[in-house]
Design a protein around this ligand. Structure first.
Ligand code: MF3
Ligand code: CO
Ligand code: CO
Length: 321
């Protein structure tokens, strides 16, 4: 039976007099695993990353890739970044109550192929789909399945494309129909965290400046900063050096240099920053079941500031519809 659950700010059905979100939503109305559809195929003509050639069970090769990219690699990363933002926009435009996350995966998959790009998640370490769809308390790496989106959900779409031999990685959180005020605030503050992280990028300064800026803004709003997942170097490899924590740690001592490319992708929570992993080995959820939001850009350090690579031709990110 499918009961209709109250809205977040409505009184709880149990008669406690508390808001639903402070009462029974803590234990019910959580996201549950659904049915994952068969693998989608990519035309032979589209070049694949090495981990998706069927020779290593999806385990990526690791090689020493310079953190500072050549002008040639950077030119290709600008293109991959633009394609990633366009694919995110196409996929985000399909978000509405009733659509399943598997249908969103189909939109992302086709949008990649239409642009001659390979969807980087597909086959990466055995990941079975072309995009990550992370709903409500799912922090990241949610696998598209047959669950339809409900009015009031929030969903992060994390798109990575491989085109021209390099990856572009971007994600954003979208509102599904009529979303409660505190969730909207979470989403707004998370995007602000990304922007403040980007504003902290400056050659000659340590990477730890980024997490310091993000941590301070989240703390001001009494939100949590997820620690288990971090930003990363990116280029010919999907994930490489440096690691970019979104909380402050002096261990992030790599000094930013012009030409360095990496992502910033804060995951911000309404409660605890601690996560649990589902049995599928991918889906990370908040330990307390409260909501999490995320935004991500790929960027290059320039002589003075960061240049964001994951923007569309008109300069807008993929989540601005
Ligand atoms: N796009 C994610 C990131 O931002 C990585 C997803 S890994 C996958 O780093 F296998 F789930 F796709
Ligand atoms: Co990333
Ligand atoms: Co990503």
């Amino acid at each position: 039976m499918n009961r209709v659950l109250p809205k977040a700010n409505d009184p709880c059905w149990c008669g406690s007099g508390r808001k639903y979100k402070r009462c029974h939503r803590e234990t019910e109305g959580r996201i549950e695993p659904g049915v994952i559809s068969p693998l989608r195929t990519v035309p032979e003509a589209i070049a694949r990353p090495e981990y998706a050639t069927g020779q290593s069970n999806g385990e990526p090769q690791r090689w020493r890739e310079p953190m500072v990219k050549s002008p040639d690699v950077l030119a290709r990363m600008r293109i991959a970044g633009r394609v990633a933002a366009e694919v995110l926009a196409d996929t985000g435009a399909a978000v509405r109550p009733g659509i399943t996350t598997d249908e969103l995966d189909a939109v992302c998959h086709q949008a990649c192929i239409a642009r001659g790009a390979y969807p980087s998640p597909l086959g990466y370490r055995g990941y079975p789909k072309s995009v990550c769809t992370s709903v409500n308390e799912v922090i990241c790496h949610g696998i598209p399945d047959d669950r339809p989106l409900s009015d009031g959900d929030i969903i992060d779409l994390d798109v990575t494309v491989f085109v021209g031999g390099v990856h572009g990685d971007t994600n954003g959180t979208f509102l599904v129909g009529d979303v409660d005020d505190s969730s909207r605030r979470l989403v707004r503050v998370t995007e602000e965290c990304l922007q403040l992280g980007i504003a902290a990028v400056r050659p000659g300064q340590p990477i730890s400046d980024i997490g310091r800026a993000i941590d301070a803004h989240a703390a001001k709003h009494h939100f949590g900063v997820v620690r288990m997942f971090v930003g990363h170097g990116i280029g010919e490899q999907f994930h490489s050096e440096p690691s970019v924590p979104h909380y402050f740690t002096p261990a992030a001592s790599t000094v930013m240099e012009p030409g360095m490319t990496f992502t910033i992708e804060p995951m911000i929570t309404m409660g605890t920053w601690r996560e649990r992993l589902w049995d599928d080995g991918w889906t990370a959820v908040t330990a307390d079941g409260r909501r999490s939001a995320q935004f991500e850009h790929t960027m290059v350090v320039r002589g003075d500031v960061a240049e964001v690579l994951t923007v569309r031709a008109d300069g807008r990110p993929g989540w601005s519809l």
